[in-house]
Design a protein around this ligand. Structure first.
Ligand code: HEC
Length: 113
């Protein structure tokens, strides 16, 4: 049954079972394992993958914590990024991920490298 879940979830458009979630509440570790392959470890994103530069003040300004959280669970508003679903992360892991994304705007402001 476990085997069938991969293609099924892919069909439903979720990122939930792509990678195993590390058992931690450390935002950087969680981001590195679950988000960095598309968003890059430093949050600068990539032109190729069409991911935004999360370090830009202009990006941070229009992505409040509630929106970052909703994106992780339900996907981006345009649906170009599928969501992870409601059960992939614990509420504390979600808090940690949101905190990490918001910290990009503080620790590394500036343009994509
Ligand atoms: C498979 C690639 C992929 C993974 C993995 C991924 N993202 Fe994304 N993400 C994207 C893409 C592509 C976009 C741009 C989507 C768009 O323009 O609608 C995006 C956009 C976003 C946005 C902005 C959404 C919006 O509506 O403006 C946030 C916030 C975000 N991602 C957070 C995360 C976090 C946090 C993780 C890890 C828990 C993550 N993403 C994992 C591909 C990914």
């Amino acid at each position: 049954m476990r085997r069938a879940a991969g293609p099924l979830l892919a069909l439903l458009g979720t990122l939930a079972c792509d990678v195993q979630v590390p058992a931690t509440e450390d935002g950087a570790t969680l981001f590195g394992a679950m988000c960095a392959r598309c968003h890059r470890p430093d949050g600068h994103g990539s032109t190729e993958l069409r991911t935004p530069d999360m370090t830009l003040p202009a990006w941070q300004a229009v992505h409040p914590p509630e929106l970052v959280r909703a994106t992780i669970v339900g996907g981006s508003r345009s649906k170009k990024m599928p969501g992870f679903g409601a059960t992939t992360f614990t509420p504390r892991q979600l808090d940690a991920l949101v905190g990490h994304v918001k910290a990009f705007g503080v620790t590394d402001p500036g343009a994509r490298k």
